[in-house]
Write a protein that binds this ligand. Structure first.
Ligand code: SF4
Length: 701
C-alpha cells in the first residue's frame, strides 16, 4: 500500500485458490492491484480471508509469466516465439494430421479446476464437437472423482449437500481425511467457532476426527476433538463399516427416515452386511489400529446428533477404495437420517477453486454438462442439435488411460489447459514416458510448467485477475470472477479455445463469457436459472437453480427426497491396499497440504507466502526417527516401489509410529516420483495417500 499508493477503484471478484470461494475486493490503481480486501458481503467468507487469498496474488504479474505463444517441432528444440495465428494454426495442423492418420480418438484434452466454468465448458465442447471424441477429462480425476461416483450412486448427484453456514447448526461434526485449518482456512474458522469452548462448554458442537495424523483440529489451544480415530492409512472403509456396525447392532438406525427416504432392499442388504461379526470395531481393531471403544463412542455420538454433519477431503478419495469410502459415508448418513436439513449432510471439501465447476461442466469422459451420461440418447440429442454435430455414445479415455494409450501408440495428441500433469499426477516417470511418445502436446498455462517440457505448443494463459466468468465453490455456489486487468497475452483463455476450434474447422464465436453461460444454462437443467444479471443482483446463486427452486437456487439438497428419488445403500466390503508394508518398505507415506502453499506451488511459490514454508519436509514419529538415527532437520532418502527422492526430516509427535507424511508443493521434492500407480477401482483416482516406503538418513543432496 505504501509503495503503490491509495486505490482509485475496486472490482469484486473471487479467490483463485481453494474451494471455499471467498469473495474479494481487488483495490486498484489504474491497472495495478494495490491490495485484495475480503468482501464482507461474500456469502462464503463474510469478510474473512486467509493468507493465500489475502496476500498470495502477486504471482499474477510475476516476471515468470509467459505472454507470447511459442512453438517447436520437437521437444528437444528451443522454443520459438510466434503470433497467436501461427501458434494456433500450428496446433490445429498437428491435431488434424494426427486424426487423419490415427483416427478421431487419437487425441484428447484435459480441463482445469483453476479455470472458469465458461472456459471448462468450452474446452469440453472443443474436444467433443471439434475433435469429435469423448476423450476429455478433468484434473478432478486425481482428487474428487470418487466423490462424483460415490455420491452419484447413493444420492443421485455429485455435490456437497449443505451451505458452509449450515455447520453453525451442527451438534456433532465429523471430519474425515481433511485438514481444513491448512486447506480450507476460512471454513475452518467457521467450524472452529462452532466447536470452541468459550468458557461455557454447553452448546458447543462435539468433534470426531478420522485421520492418521494428529491434525490441528485434534488438539489446538481452542479446539479439542472428543474422539480422534488415528487409523492406519488405507483403512478408511474398515472404520466407516465398523461405525455402521455399531449403528445397526445397537439399534441406532433412524428407522422412520430410512423407511420414508431410502430403498428398502438396498438398506436390508447393507444392514445384513454391516451386522456381521467380522465388521465389528473389535474385528477391525488390528487392521485399523483404532481402539474399538473409540469407534463405538464415535458412532454413538454421530447417531445421537441430533444434527451430525460429515466433512471430508482427499484423505477419503485418494485411495484404492476412494469411491467405496464415499458410499460408506453416504450409507452412514442415510442410516442415521443425517441428510436433508440444516446442520447435517455429507460435504466434500473441494481442494481447488473450481473443482466443483469443472466436474459440473461435463469434463468427465462419460458425462455431458450437468452429470448426464453420454449414453443417454435424449440428452445427447439436445447437445447434438445445439452444437450441430453427431456425438459418440461411448465414454472416452480417462487421464490414466490416455497415458496408457500413448505408450501403446494409439493416443498421440493432447490439449492440456491449466494443469501440470507431470507434477501433479502419480508416478512421474510413467507420465513423462507417455508424454514423450506423443506427436502434439499443447499446454495452455500462465507459467512454463513441468508439463511444458514435453510440449510442442505453449499458449499463454490468463490468471484469475484477467478472467471474466464464474467459479463454483464446494457448496455449489456460483460466483462471478470479474476482470481486473486485461489479459497479459492479449487473449483470454476462452478466446484461445474458440480460435483453436475455429482453426480445426468447427467455428466458435462468442463475444463475451456471458454468452457461454447462456448456452450452459440453456443445455443444463440444474443451471437453467443461472445468469450474470441475477448473480450481479444477489451476489451468488447455488445450483440447482431453476424454475423449481428459489431464485437464489438451492442451499440444502435432498430436503424432500434424494435427487435419484430414494437413497440407495451400497455394501462396502473392506479390501486391503496393495501397498503393503514389508521389511524393505516398512513405513506408510501419506500426503497433504500446508496453509501458506497451494497444490503444486506454481502460484504461491511466486509470492511472499514462500517465506513461511519454502520446502517440502518429511514428518516422522520420534520413534521411527530414533530407530533410523534421524534428527530433526537431517536429510533423508525416501524409497518406494516406484522411485526415490530426498527431503529434510521433521520429527513430529503429530505422526503415529509407522506412518510418515509430506506435502507436494515443490517440484524438486519429487513427492510424486515415489507415489505409485494404484488407483480407485471405480474412477482411477490415484492412491496418493498410501505408499509403502523406507526412510534412511543421507548426506545433503
Ligand atoms: Fe482463498 Fe480458500 Fe483462503 Fe478463502 S479460504 S481466501 S478461497 S484460499
Amino acid at each position: 500500500v505504501i509503495e503503490l499508493g491509495q486505490p482509485e477503484h475496486s472490482v469484486i471478484t473471487t479467490c483463485a485458490y481453494c474451494g471455499v470461494g471467498c469473495g474479494f475486493k481487488a483495490e486498484m490503481k489504474g491497472n495495478t492491484v494495490v491490495r485484495m480486501v475480503p468482501w464482507k458481503d461474500g456469502k462464503a467468507n463474510e469478510g474473512h480471508s486467509c493468507v493465500k487469498g489475502r496476500f498470495a496474488w502477486g504471482y499474477a504479474t510475476h516476471a515468470d509469466r509467459i505472454t507470447t505463444p511459442m512453438i517447436r517441432e520437437r521437444i528437444t528444440d528451443p522454443w520459438r516465439e510466434v503470433s497467436w495465428d501461427e501458434a494456433i494454426g500450428f496446433a490445429a495442423g498437428r491435431f488434424k494430421a494426427i486424426q487423419a492418420q490415427y483416427g478421431k480418438d487419437s487425441v484428447g484434452g484435459i480441463t482445469s479446476s483453476r479455470c472458469t466454468n465458461e472456459e471448462v465448458y468450452l474446452v469440453q465442447k472443443l474436444i467433443r464437437a471439434a475433435f469429435n471424441t469423448n476423450n476429455v477429462d478433468t484434473c478432478a480425476r486425481v482428487c474428487h472423482s470418487p466423490t462424483g461416483y460415490g455420491m452419484g450412486q447413493t444420492f443421485g448427484t455429485s455435490a456437497g449437500t449443505q451451505t458452509f453456514k449450515s455447520v453453525e447448526q451442527a451438534d456433532v461434526i465429523v471430519v474425515i481425511g481433511a485438514n481444513p485449518t491448512d486447506a480450507h482456512p476460512v471454513f475452518a474458522s467457521r467450524m472452529k467457532r462452532r466447536l470452541r469452548s468459550d468458557g461455557s462448554v454447553a452448546g458447543k458442537a462435539r468433534l470426531v476426527v478420522v485421520d492418521p495424523r494428529r491434525i490441528d483440529l485434534v488438539k489446538s489451544p481452542h479446539v479439542r476433538a472428543d474422539h480422534h480415530l488415528a487409523l492406519k492409512p488405507g483403512t478408511n472403509v474398515a472404520v466407516i463399516t465398523a461405525m455402521a456396525h455399531v449403528v445397526v447392532t445397537e439399534g441406532l438406525v433412524n428407522e422412520a427416515y430410512v423407511a420414508e427416504r431410502c430403498e428398502t432392499k438396498s438398506f436390508n442388504d447393507w444392514r445384513a452386511f454391516v451386522s456381521r461379526p467380522e465388521n465389528s470395531p473389535e474385528a477391525f481393531e488390528a487392521v485399523t489400529g483404532v481402539p474399538a471403544a473409540e469407534v463405538r463412542a464415535a458412532a454413538r455420538l454421530y447417531a445421537a446428533g441430533p444434527n451430525s454433519a460429515i466433512y471430508y477431503g482427499l484423505g477419503v478419495t485418494e485411495h484404492a477404495q476412494g469411491s467405496t469410502m464415499v458410499m460408506g459415508i453416504a450409507n452412514l448418513a442415510m442410516a442415521c437420517g443425517m441428510v436433508g436439513r440444516e446442520g447435517v449432510g455429507v460435504n466434500p471439501l473441494r481442494g481447488q477453486n473450481n473443482v466443483q465447476g469443472s466436474c459440473d461442466m461435463g469434463s468427465f469422459p462419460h458425462e455431458l454438462p450437468g452429470y448426464r451420461h453420454i449414453s443417454d440418447s435424449t440428452v445427447r440429442g439436445q447437445f447434438e442439435a445445439a452444437w450441430g454435430v453427431t456425438l459418440s455414445p461411448e465414454p472416452g479415455l480417462r487421464i490414466p488411460n490416455m497415458f496408457e494409450a500413448a505408450l501403446d501408440g494409439s493416443f498421440r495428441g493432447l490439449y492440456c489447459q491449466g494443469e501440470d500433469i507431470v507434477q501433479s499426477d502419480p508416478n512421474t516417470q510413467h507420465v513423462a514416458a507417455a508424454l514423450e511418445k506423443m506427436d502434439c502436446i499443447v499446454v495452455q498455462d500462465i507459467f512454463l510448467n513441468e508439463t511444458a517440457k514435453y510440449a510442442h505448443v505453449f499458449l499463454p494463459g490468463s490468471s484469475f485477475l484477467e478472467k471474466d466468468g464464474t467459479f463454483t465453490n464446494a457448496e455449489r455456489r456460483i460466483s462471478r470472477v470479474r476482470q481486473v486487468m486485461p489479459p497479459m497475452s492479449g487473449l483470454g483463455d476462452w478466446e484461445v479455445t474458440a480460435r483453436l476450434s475455429t482453426a480445426l474447422g468447427y467455428p466458435m464465436h462468442y463475444e463475451h463469457p456471458e454468452q457461454i453461460m447462456q448456452e450452459i444454462a440453456a443445455l443444463t437443467p440444474s443451471f437453467a436459472g443461472v445468469n450474470y444479471a441475477k448473480i450481479e443482483r444477489l451476489g451468488s446463486v447455488q445450483w440447482p437453480c431453476n424454475s423449481n427452486t428459489d431464485e437464489a437456487g438451492t442451499a440444502i439438497m435432498h430436503r424432500e427426497q434424494f435427487v435419484r428419488g430414494k437413497g440407495k445403500f451400497f455394501v462396502t466390503q473392506y479390501v486391503a491396499s496393495d501397498e503393503k508394508v514389508t521389511r524393505r518398505f516398512p513405513l506408510l507415506l501419506t500426503t497433504g497440504r500446508i496453509l501458506s502453499q497451494y497444490n503444486v506451488g506454481a502460484q504461491t511459490r511466486r509470492t511472499p507466502n514462500n517465506q513461511w514454508h519454502d520446502e517440502d519436509l518429511l514428518e516422522l514419529h520420534p520413534h521411527d526417527a530414533e530407530e533410523r538415527g534421524v534428527k530433526d532437520g537431517d536429510w533423508v532418502g525416501i524409497q518406494s516401489r516406484a522411485g526415490e527422492t530426498v527431503l529434510r526430516a521433521r520429527v513430529s509427535e503429530r505422526m503415529q509410529p509407522g506412518v510418515v507424511y509430506t506435502t507436494f508443493h515443490f517440484p524438486e521434492s519429487g513427492a510424486n516420483v515415489i507415489t505409485t500407480d494404484s488407483s480407485d477401482w471405480a474412477t482411477n483416482c490415484p492412491e496418493y495417500k498410501v505408499t509403502a516406503v523406507q526412510v534412511m538418513p543421507v548426506s545433503q543432496p
